[in-house]
Design a binder for this molecule. Structure first.
Ligand code: VGL
Ligand code: ZN
Length: 194
């Protein structure tokens, strides 16, 4: 499906952080394979003067999603640690870029970049109507960010060549993709964008 990028489009890069990469605390298998395709999207949006939003998991040490505090995950993306840094090869534009921290208070988790953040306000202030979403993990934060966008009446495009899932149960990523598309997201890859 061909899509012509226009004013009021924005890119959302979800959680491309060291802890979600191979060797990290909560690795997404082949999670690092999203970096090169995302850099292509980032360059494209940057060239067009369109905003790029980077979400990051940004947990306190005693976060509710960690096993020791009743959650299901090993400690990951603890604020100001190396594991919480963005992948070193990710190209961060020098302007028109925004970092959205989520899951920042001990008692709340946020799989969606919209949950407990300023993401919606920042998009609305810029008149954004369509968001293009890639990153990790397909079956957690990408899924919830795409659904969060649709629930707020943004059009959402899933960057199918720039997402990877954890698949805690086999097939989770496939199911997540089906759900996003059934809810109205449109799958595109880099070749679809003009
Ligand atoms: C995520 C598990 C726990 C994600 C965040 O970014 O998809 N997954 N915290
Ligand atoms: Zn987390």
């Amino acid at each position: 499906m061909r899509v012509r990028l226009a004013e009021k489009d924005a890119l959302i890069v979800v959680d491309v952080q060291r802890d979600f990469m191979p060797g990290g605390a909560l690795p997404v298998p082949q999670g690092d394979s999203v970096v090169a395709p995302l850099n292509s999207y980032i360059e494209l949006f940057e060239r067009r003067g369109l905003p790029v939003f980077f979400t990051r998991d940004w947990h306190p040490e005693n976060h509710i999603s960690f096993k020791a505090y009743g959650g299901i995950w090993p400690p990951h993306c603890v604020q100001n640690t190396e594991g919480a840094e963005f992948h070193p090869d990710l190209k961060m534009p020098s302007d028109n870029r925004f970092i959205i921290s989520k899951g920042t208070s001990p008692d709340f988790d946020a799989y969606s970049g919209f949950q407990g953040t300023l993401l919606e306000d920042l998009l609305r202030e810029r008149g954004v109507k369509r968001v293009f979403v890639g990153g990790v993990a397909t079956d957690y934060c990408v899924k919830n960010t795409v659904i969060g966008a649709l629930n707020r009446d943004f059009q959402a495009f899933l960057l199918i060549d720039a997402v990877k899932g954890v698949d805690v149960s086999p097939g989770d990523s496939e199911k997540a993709i089906d759900l996003m598309l059934n809810r109205g997201a449109v799958a595109v890859d880099i070749k679809d964008l003009d």
